[in-house]
Structure formats: C-alpha cells, structure tokens
Design a protein around this ligand. Structure first.
Ligand SMILES: O=C(O)CCC(=O)C(=O)O
Ligand SMILES: [Fe+2]
Length: 318
C-alpha cells in the first residue's frame, strides 16, 4: 500500500464527487434500489459481487457477515454506452434525471414524481450536464497506466504481458458509504481482505477507518487531504511472483460519523493467463470462479493460496 501525491486529480472534482455521493446516499433505500439499474449497480451489506454484478452468496451465516456499508458499482467501459444511448447519462445527477424522466414517460407517474421531489429536495435539479464519474474514471485510468508501466519495467515484463496484465477497460469505480453504526465494536465496514485486482486506488474522506495489516499489527491509514491510496492486489502479487504483495486491509465503522470513499479497481485482460514460477497459470476468471465456490462453501475468499504450486495437498490415510 502506498500513498500518491501530485496525482493530478483536481481537488474540486474530488470535493464535488464526495458531495454528490452524500446527497445520493441520503435518499431512501427503496429509491436507491430502484434508481440504479444495470450497468450501474446498487449494493449494500457486502461489496462482494460476481463478475456479472450480482451480490455473491457468502455461505450460511450471511447475517453475521454483513458489512456496514452501501455503495454503487460503475463499470467504466459502460459509461460510453450511456453516452451513446442518451447523452444525459453522464454523471450521478444525470443518471438520476434520465431514470426519472424515462419512468414518468413510461406512464408510472406517481412513484416517479415522488422520486422527482426527492431529487429536487437534495438539490439535483440544476446543473445536470457534468460528468463527474467519467471524468474521475479518466483520471484513474491515466494514473493506473502510469503506475503499471513503472512496475512492468521494474519486473521486466515484455509484451504480451506488459499489454495484457493491465486492461483499463476492466476498470470500475465503487462509491461507498459506511453508515454510522451503534454497535461499532461488533461490525465491520469491510472485514479484513485483500483486493483481487491488479491494484486499487482509493480516495477517502476525512473520517478515517481504513486500516492496513503491517508487521503483524493493524495500522490506521490516516486520511490526508488530496492524496490517493494505492493497494496492490492479488493479481499483482501473482504476476510479480510474490515480489509485490497483495495488502491485507479492512475498514472500521464509526459510531458517530458516516464515511464516504471512492475506489477504482482494475484487472488483467479477460484472456490474460498469469504465469509465474510460484503459481499455476490462471486467468482472472479462474480466480473469480474459485472465489465464488469458496464464498459458498467455506464462507470466505481463500484467494491466491488456491493457485500456489506448493500448496499442501491432503491425502487420506487408510
Ligand atoms: O473504503 C475503503 O477505504 C476501502 C475499500 C476497500 O477496501 C475495497 O473496496 O476493497
Ligand atoms: Fe479492499
């Protein structure tokens, strides 16, 4: 995990994103659920989604595993699709207005008029021609390419690895709200995990709660204005043959304050086979499939150990 300064993302873009996120999350649960339809996906209780965007099943004790968060998932390669179908579908607020208009036009007046009022109440009527998410996505893509090219050079990746190990069209944004939690000592915003990505880039507000596991203890990742946090993920660990390690981190919840963070996650190309001496060759899809099975059967992600060549194998003794 490392911190980025001078990343070139304008401060007012970050501020505006966070303000809009607060407004969106302040709407009713039902409204949010109805608002975000494919490809933007609203989720709550777990950030673990399948590749097709549905919440992953997490085994029998789902209730106890619930994370104290909600969010929406924005696949960046689909934002141009919005643009193509409807030039208004470019930002948070625009997505809203378009959804409301469409449904009013579809004859279901009353609920969507109520929705319209709800939108107006939080100030989303004006200024609907901005594209905050797309703009932020463009910055994240630029930063991801810069970070990856430095690492690829360091690791002597030649084509095709240097080309296929990072595929920016796979990038997506996650906008999270961690809710205030009266039982903050018994719940997690996100439980300890490693990211499955090549790497992830986070922007957090000033509330704090992110922690990283370092030298056998949990360390707070203090919020610092205008900085981004980069987490190296599982794919990076495998492709670097453990030279770079996927960082274990978690998010605590706060009894008094809600927290907003925005994550960007990027993956290898769909057909990229990750090859290194310590791991069996695998694609990101293989990794996800294994993770889904583990979530259902073991109740948690096992991740990279499943793909290690030196993985211990159990033999039954007669
Ligand atoms: O909200 C944060 O700061 C961290 C989010 C995170 O770890 C994740 O989405 O994987
Ligand atoms: Fe994470």
């Amino acid at each position: 995990m490392f911190r980025l300064v001078n990343h070139g993302v304008p401060r007012n873009l970050l501020t505006q994103l966070h303000e809009d996120a607060h407004k969106i999350f302040s709407l009713s649960f039902e409204y949010k659920q109805g608002l975000f339809t494919s490809p933007i996906l609203y989720f709550w209780g777990s950030p673990a989604l399948t590749m097709s965007g549905n919440a992953k099943q997490t085994g029998p004790c789902v209730k106890d595993n619930l994370n104290w968060l909600e969010g929406f998932n924005v696949p960046l390669n689909k934002t141009s699709q919005f643009q193509y179908e409807d030039p208004l579908l470019e930002s948070f607020r625009v997505i809203w207005l378009a959804a409301a208009t469409q449904r009013v036009g579809g004859g279901r007046m009353s609920p969507w008029l109520r929705g319209g009022k709800e939108l107006a109440a939080v100030g989303f009527e004006d200024d609907c021609n901005r594209s905050l998410l797309q703009e932020y996505g463009r910055h994240q893509t630029r930063i991801a390419e810069t970070i990856f090219s430095t690492i690829a050079e360091e690791l002597n990746f030649l084509p095709p690895k240097s080309k296929s190990y990072l595929s920016t069209p796979t990038g997506f944004l996650r906008v999270y709200r961690y809710l205030r939690c009266p039982m903050a000592d018994q719940r997690w915003g996100i439980n300890a995990h490693t990211d499955s990505s090549v790497f992830s880039i986070l922007h957090q507000d000033q509330v704090g709660g992110l922690q990283v596991y370092k030298n056998n203890k949990w360390v707070d990742v203090k919020p610092i204005h205008d900085t981004l946090i980069v987490n190296l993920g599982d794919m990076m660990q495998a492709m670097s043959n453990d030279n770079y390690v996927s960082v274990t981190h978690r998010v605590k919840v706060n009894r008094h304050k809600e927290r907003i963070s925005i994550g960007y996650f990027v993956f290898p190309a769909e057909d990229a086979v990750i090859e290194s001496s310590k791991y069996k060759p695998f694609t990101y899809a293989d990794f996800q499939a294994e993770k889904e099975v583990d979530l259902k059967t073991v109740g948690k992600k096992i991740g990279l150990p499943r793909f290690r060549k030196d993985r211990p194998v159990c033999h039954w003794l007669d």
